[in-house]
Design a protein around this ligand. Structure first.
Ligand SMILES: Nc1ncnc2c1ncn2[C@@H]1O[C@H](COP(=O)(O)OP(=O)(O)OP(=O)(O)O)[C@@H](O)[C@H]1O
Length: 359
């Protein structure tokens, strides 16, 4: 098994002359983006990424620092040009799509004028927008404030708003032109729990209205609570892509553990079980011995449990769901090789003997 979850969103739609899928909201093919470091070395931020997002999908780009999420979203927003591959947004060059007001964005940073009130900010932005100038502007500004859940902040100066509130002002600004695609880069980074909840409530309403949403996040629970689909990135590549629940359960697996007579017996049992699990088609995501206990993280707990109970002297079987945090670290640590690892565990005496994320 490789870590890639089932792709349910393959490029099967009608294609145009360029091979791009015509009705795709986002269509990235073999996207590569490199930079030069201060020392003149090439930094590969995005390394051959394929991503097809259909209209109405809500997609989380999940990954650790430096995974390439922001760089990918910058290309989608036309802020950065691909070094290789192609990028189409709503069937257009990303810059054209943005210029046409079809894409709204909430970025990690972005200038808000501190002396304006929140309401003035929105009305000013609406007045500058070619599609909203004139009488529709103030109306659109009020509507966006309501939809972002910050109508009560309309009279407050931006400089008096907290970081989380300013982020919601950006969200309101992103909604102004009623864009078909919303792109959000770690939108809740500055928000406390209550603000985060209010933000996602507002986003739920936007998604329910059929808007396509692509957001980058570090928060596994946000992907889980909000995205229909999760694309897990590491080192500029996609390491898992599929329905969030599927990515979660395939990535997470379950933990099957069993007690043996002593630590040596646990190690012997592990060596013995590996080929038997492989023959039975069980993917072993992680293994550890913890004194006389043998712990396996697997994608198919039922089959694994049957096999471990067959080991002579095995007793005290436990099956538990894996931890999302662990899976995340494991998936993004090394997606293609089988490596020995010494990841800290809850029990410092536990020894991770191997990590298998592909076979
Ligand atoms: N302008 C740049 N010049 C040089 N390197 C860059 C530049 N922009 C991004 N990088 C590098 O590209 C890699 C990917 O960065 P990117 O910001 O896309 O990751 P990310 O997944 O968004 O991370 P984070 O979650 O921390 O925002 C990183 O190693 C980063 O240092």
């Amino acid at each position: 098994m490789t870590i890639h979850a089932t792709r349910t969103t393959g490029a099967t739609g009608a294609t145009g002359a360029t091979g791009a899928v015509r009705d795709a909201a986002v269509d990235l093919r073999g996207l590569r983006r490199t930079f030069r470091s201060a020392h003149g070395e090439e930094v590969v931020a995005v390394d051959g990424l394929d991503l097809l997002v259909r209209p109405g999908e809500v997609v989380a780009l999940l990954g650790p620092n430096g995974a390439g999420k922001t760089t990918t979203l910058d290309v989608v927003l036309g802020l950065s040009r691909p070094s290789g591959g192609t990028a189409r947004v709503l069937g257009l060059d990303p810059r054209e799509a943005v210029r046409a007001g079809r894409v709204g964005a909430v970025l990690q940073t972005g200038g808000l004028l501190p002396t304006l009130t929140v309401g003035e900010t929105l009305r000013y932005l609406a007045a500058c927008h070619p599609g909203l100038a004139g009488r529709r502007g103030p109306e659109a500004a009020d509507d966006a404030l309501h939809r972002a859940g910050i109508a009560h902040l309309a009279g407050r100066r931006v400089s008096r708003c907290s970081g989380g509130e300013q982020q919601r002002v950006r969200f309101a600004a992103a909604l102004l032109a009623d864009p078909a695609l919303l792109v959000l880069d770690e939108p809740t980074a500055a928000m406390d729990v209550a603000a985060r909840r209010a933000f996602w409530d507002a986003m739920h309403a936007e998604a329910a209205a059929g808007r396509t949403i692509v957001f980058a996040t570090h928060y596994l629970e946000e992907a889980e609570a909000f995205a229909h689909r999760t694309v897990l990135m590491a080192r500029g590549r996609v390491v898992a892509d599929g329905p969030t629940q599927e990515v979660r359960s395939r990535a997470l697996g379950r933990t099957v553990s069993i007690a043996l007579a002593d630590p040596a017996a646990a190690r012997t049992a592990l060596a013995d079980l590996r080929p038997r699990l492989a023959r039975a088609g069980v993917a072993v995501l992680d293994t550890a011995t913890d004194g006389p206990r043998l712990v396996l993280r697997v994608d198919d707990a039922d089959t694994a449990a049957r096999l471990v109970l067959d080991v002579e002297g095995a007793h005290d079987l436990e099956v538990a769901p894996g931890s999302l945090e662990d899976a995340f670290l494991l998936l993004t640590a090394d997606a293609t090789t089988t490596t020995a690892r010494t990841t800290p565990t809850a029990n410092p005496t536990a020894t991770h003997t191997a990590t298998e994320v592909a076979r």
